[in-house]
Design a protein around this ligand. Structure first.
Ligand SMILES: Cc1ncc(COP(=O)(O)O)c(C=O)c1O
Length: 394
């Protein structure tokens, strides 16, 4: 019943089996129409005039995003993407040589690059927390590091892009709160895939993007900022006229809320698309979508090893809806291209996307399959048949 409705709402399901939701989920019709409607309004009456006319709907988008993660609208900043959200949060700290950041081995590549850049330019130290034997961050290891070294910040990617697992984000949050260490959580792959409550997570910043399991448009994301960080006067290094007010020739005031992390120029059509996606995700969550996503991931993990030459790579105690595998007989890029030709979307990743994880697994590239609640078991079965066909003609 729900599945039929979700699919009817998703024009993209008509022709293809879209199993690349970790790349970008298919937008449902309400998201598409929110965006189109606003673009048409901008073309008809002017961009600034359209934003004024839609001020109520724009405010509602903040409430919808906040509602999805159990946060007040005033604690939400809308930004271009998850990477910008992380960069804005990192820039709110006055990094000095020797400052310590604790993160994980599986954290997102761009977050690792930003920390490495801070290390090269500001002299910070990066420590990657110990891993559990089965994979995933070891909370006890983090606790002992925090006690011994008192870091300036904890950074964690809740669902890494390509290691198949869900990190124990709440356990790290509990440590952060116990020791009063700021905690930046990258929830880019988690929003729309897991239930989220920022208070239960104990995070100070939560970064996300619209286009993945949240099923919003490309080119927009958001950053949650805790009251603790706002009260501590954390604001981004390059604050602009949306985030602050120029009060005297040599003075400025950051905005009272998370808006201080935003930039002035906005793609308002995408903001409205993000709001529609958050409302759609909340409704879907109530209708059991998150369990449906997890069940399809399980089905995928059961069926893939039936294909000779396909090996699952996923690690960790709790698996996500991002399924990863290696297929040594064919380059992952070629496999993805062949499947796309036959109407099945998946993706692949190179070693540079996750150097530590990939070197441990001793593979140069991997293959990624990421179903969502609007997919069907039949689509996963179609994938299995298409992989078999592709391998048969090699
Ligand atoms: C875990 C994780 N964090 C952050 C990002 C970056 O998101 P964006 O491309 O929207 O900046 C991604 C994108 O794949 C991701 O998987």
């Amino acid at each position: 019943m729900n599945l039929a409705r979700w699919r009817a709402d998703t024009p993209g399901t008509a022709g293809r089996a879209h199993l690349n939701n970790a790349g970008a989920g298919l937008m449902p019709a309400p998201v598409l129409s929110a965006i189109k409607h606003h673009l048409e309004l901008e073309a008809a009456i002017g961009g600034y005039e359209a934003a004024d006319l839609e001020a109520g709907a724009i405010t509602a988008a903040y409430h919808a995003v906040g509602g999805l993660i159990r946060a007040p609208a005033a604690n939400i900043a809308i930004v271009e993407n998850a990477t910008v959200a992380v960069a804005q949060a990192l820039s709110a700290f006055d990094w000095a040589p020797g400052d310590l950041v604790i993160t994980s081995e599986a954290d997102y590549v761009s977050n690792q690059l930003m920390l490495l850049s801070l290390s090269a330019r500001r002299g910070i130290e990066i420590l990657r927390a110990p891993e559990l034997t089965e994979g995933g961050i070891d909370p006890a290891g983090v606790e002992s590091l925090v006690r011994r070294r008192r870091p300036a910040l904890l950074v964690l990617s809740w669902i890494p892009t390509n290691s198949g697992m869900v990190q124990d984000a709440a356990a790290i949050g509990a440590i952060a709160r116990r020791h009063e260490i700021p905690y930046l959580l990258d929830a880019c792959q988690a929003v729309g895939q897991l239930p989220i409550d920022v208070n239960a997570l104990g995070c100070d910043f939560l970064a996300a993007t619209a286009r993945k399991f949240l099923r919003g448009p490309r080119g927009i994301g958001f950053l949650y900022v805790s009251d603790r960080m706002l009260a501590a006067n954390r604001y981004p290094l390059f604050i602009d006229l949306r985030g602050g007010t120029w009060t005297a020739p040599d003075r400025f005031e950051p905005d009272a809320g998370a808006r201080r992390f935003e930039n002035w120029e906005f793609a308002y059509a995408l903001v409205l698309g993000l709001g529609a996606a958050a409302r759609y995700a909340a409704d879907a969550e109530t209708a059991g979508a998150l369990d449906a996503t997890a069940a399809l991931a399980l089905h995928t993990r059961r069926r893939l090893p039936e294909v000779e030459g396909v090996t699952l790579l996923d690690r960790g105690h709790t698996k996500s809806a991002i399924v990863t595998a290696s297929v040594p007989r064919i380059a992952p890029a070629d496999l993805v291209a062949a499947l796309r030709q036959s109407g099945v979307n998946t993706s692949w990743f190179p070693r540079s996307a996750a150097v530590i994880d990939m070197d441990r697994k001793r593979i140069p590239a991997g293959w990624r399959i990421s179903p969502h609640y609007y997919n069907t078991e039949a689509e996963v079965d179609r994938l299995i048949a298409a992989v078999r066909d592709t391998l048969a003609i090699r």
